[in-house]
Design a binder for this molecule. Sequence first.
Ligand code: GRF
Length: 192
Amino acid sequence: MEKLTGLKKIRTAVFISGTGTNLKNLIKFSKLKKSPISINLIISNTNKAKGLKYADQFGIKKKIFNFLKNNDVEKNILAFLINHKISFICLAGFMKILSKNFIKKFNGKIINIHPSLLPKYKGLNTHKRAIKNLDKFTGCTVHYVTAKLDSGKIIMQIKIKIAAKDNTTSLTKKVLKKEHELYPAAIMKIFN
Ligand code: GRF
């Protein structure tokens, strides 16, 4: 990944589908002088994503793309990203799988955060599975996005202890807190 030159930050889009706590955290991080990225676009596949409120709150452009009604949706997203001079994408709770073709267009420039110690527990319900398997540890991972779900090169991970009294709710909370440390740290690692 290219080194930062001067003060220009890398124009970044964050893709969300839900609550957007990682989005909010990334926006706050992006405003720090040390941040290599600026958040210039928020993309969602649904207008129900609670995190969209942060677009208004922080004055960032948002756009919803309907994946169900539109065969050309990825083409439209790509055009929109190019139009807004976006060169980096952070997925943060984005619940749609991007095609090989889309990923190729942003080769090595899309990253994702996942609530498990990848390669363990790709996909959904990671905390439920970790508890069911009586795992002693879980964690979160930031990785490059490839055409294979949750399988791209790992950038950074944080390991978190699972307490005997943990349930999916407590674990989700615990892991999310660490995700908010990890995502900015992984971005710093990529660009510095
Ligand atoms: C996080 O747990 C993230 O790891 C996963 O989806 C969740 C999104 O949470 N990919 P939020 O919307 O950022 O609060």
